[in-house]
Design a protein around this ligand. Structure first.
Ligand code: ZN
Length: 241
């Protein structure tokens, strides 16, 4: 089985459609939350995700804020502006879809959490210290997280030592013991690379692969400006920030 792992689409339908085309064939899609927020196309993105095969999807902090589950004052000013815009345009059926999402999911040897397994909606796993603490918070071999918008892999060996490992896009790798893997962000990468980021898992071969694909961020930038959303959310896309 071939699995497409997506996170942090952030209402960027052009990036999402580019990824769906670039990924080739896949049997299942695991989506790690933040379908909405920042970008100009929330309804189109939810509509597209809902139609994906074998979908497993969890709730992100922006999704929770769109539902009123998190006070928007917990976000910076510009994120608040786009969240207020979002609550006005979100279609009721898509809102109900977000309402049904769990904060965390476990199946087989996989855990899905937007931020971290111990604090699924909010915590950012930014370094080895935080990754080490979180290896105790899930039972499965693999935990997939998003939220930082930075693709990365933390591994834990038999002795409990945790390392940050690097694999170039397009390079397949195996996980020997346990791992926390972040596919990066489809719709708003923040690792100084503007290309959409995602992950492929081949369960037959038991191999993983980070992928990057360029998309038309200038068109997204235009749509953000036209929607009256914060200018910074438009220009950050080209810098991958
Ligand atoms: Zn996000």
């Amino acid at each position: 089985m071939r699995v497409l792992v997506l996170s942090d689409i952030h209402s960027n339908i052009i990036a999402l459609d580019t990824v769906l085309k670039d990924a080739g064939s896949y049997d299942q899609v695991w989506c790690l939350g933040d379908l909405v927020g920042y970008g100009p196309s929330p309804n189109e993105c939810i509509d597209r995700v809902r139609g994906l095969p074998g979908l497993q999807c969890i709730l992100g902090n922006h999704d929770a804020a769109a539902l009123g589950k998190i006070d928007v004052r917990a976000f910076n000013y510009e994120a608040q502006v786009s969240l207020k815009w979002l609550t006005n345009v979100l279609e009721p059926g898509h809102k109900r879809f977000l309402e049904r999402l769990d904060e965390k999911k476990t199946f087989g040897n996989i855990t899905l959490a937007h931020g971290s397994p111990r604090n699924p909606v909010w915590e950012y796993i930014m370094d080895v210290r935080l990754a080490k603490q979180n290896f105790n918070a899930f039972e499965t071999q693999i935990c997939l997280v998003g939220h930082t918008h930075i693709p990365c892999l933390f591994t834990e060996d038999d002795t409990g030592e945790v390392k940050l490992c690097f694999h170039s896009p397009g390079e397949t790798f195996k996980v020997e013991h346990r791992a926390i893997i972040n596919p990066g962000s489809v719709g708003q990468p923040r690792d100084h690379d503007p290309r959409a980021s995602y992950l492929i898992y081949d369960s037959d071969e038991d191999v993983w692969e980070f992928r990057r694909v360029a998309y038309d961020y200038m068109e997204v930038r235009e749509r953000i400006i036209q929607a009256g959303l914060p200018y910074n959310h438009a220009i950050r896309l080209q810098d991958g920030l």
